[in-house]
Write a protein that binds this ligand. Structure first.
Ligand SMILES: Cc1ncc(C[n+]2csc(CCOP(=O)(O)OP(=O)(O)O)c2C)c(N)n1
Ligand SMILES: [Mg+2]
Length: 285
């Protein structure tokens, strides 16, 4: 039986003591084990940043890609071998700035993978520049007079693209986060989980106590994940109260099945058929 220990790595960790990335790493390992997924059956594609280091601290297949490029690489991996459990992991800068374009299209295509965004509302690795989710008014190294623009709303953005799973977790609520990650892993299609993740060094505004005073569970409060318009209106809340939980769950066809067909074998299992392409590249035949 697979256990959390199967995912343990003894690589030295360079996150700050108290970083909100630690509980996410712990919950992810537990969730994969809980779903009975072995390390060799999973691939984690990660971006650049403190969040992007996550799979380095696990024993699992990993691909650490260019900044913002997790989703195209993860999409390619899923198309080449759809039997693989594919995850993508990165920060709010990685996913919403450098990789924002890819987020739109992976969600729209409903690529069958689970995408965790460690949203600390700051560029952590590069020491505190404003990110797309930095709140208006926040003072950062690049916004010394306060951020003049409102933050991006990742939940509303992704809901508008209607992938099969849209959720928000919080690093300070491991029980709920485990539920979200496990549901995301189980549910076919693009499972998007924005995770509020305190950065204890470079974000002195959105701290553990700031989030803890505001978060509440929308599903406990009665929100039905099949209610898309209810999800849109909850997604507008940010401030005194911050909604967490499953906003939306849908059942659109997933990308690799739309392209390859429902019962297709993974590409890597197919025999090469050079005769079928020889007419296009005669110089090679
Ligand atoms: C193309 C490119 N642009 C900029 C950088 C510099 N850079 C490295 S990490 C980072 C920001 C990371 O922020 P985020 O994705 O929020 O991750 P965090 O460190 O906060 O977890 C930037 C701008 C880079 N490595 N590559
Ligand atoms: Mg960040």
């Amino acid at each position: 039986m697979v256990t959390t220990n199967d995912y343990d790595s003894d690589r030295e960790n360079s996150w700050c003591p108290g970083c909100g990335n630690f509980p996410i790493l712990e919950v992810l390992k537990e969730s994969l084990a809980e779903r009975g997924i072995w390390p060799h059956e999973a691939l984690i594609v990660s971006g650049i940043g403190q969040a992007g280091k996550l799979p380095q601290y696990m024993r699992v297949n990993m691909f650490n890609v260019l900044h913002g490029r997790t989703l195209p690489v993860a999409t390619g991996a899923k198309l080449a071998n759809h039997r693989l459990v594919v995850l993508a992991v990165g920060g709010d800068g990685d996913g919403y700035a450098e990789g924002g374009n890819h987020l739109i299209h992976a969600a729209r295509r409903n690529v069958d993978l689970t995408y965790l965004v460690h949203n600390n509302q700051i560029y952590g690795l590069t020491k505190g520049q404003a990110s797309p989710t930095t709140d208006a008014g926040s003072v950062t190294t690049t916004t010394p007079r306060g951020n003049p623009t409102p933050g991006l709303n990742p939940i509303a953005l992704v809901l508008s693209l209607q992938p099969n799973f849209v959720a928000r977790g919080y690093a300070g609520n491991k029980e709920q986060l485990a539920q979200l990650i496990q549901t995301g892993l189980e549910h076919p299609g693009f499972s998007f989980i924005d995770i509020l993740q305190p950065c204890v060094t470079f974000n002195k505004v959105n701290t553990y106590s700031w989030y803890s005073e505001r978060v509440y569970d929308i599903n406990q409060a009665g929100h039905d994940p099949e209610d898309l318009s209810g999800a849109f209106s909850l997604a507008q809340e940010w401030g005194k109260r911050i909604p967490t939980g499953i906003f939306y769950k849908g059942d659109r066809p997933v990308f690799h099945e739309s392209i390859l067909g429902k019962d297709a074998r993974p590409l890597w299992e197919l025999e090469p058929e050079p005769a079928r392409i020889s007419a296009f590249f005669p110089e090679y035949f």
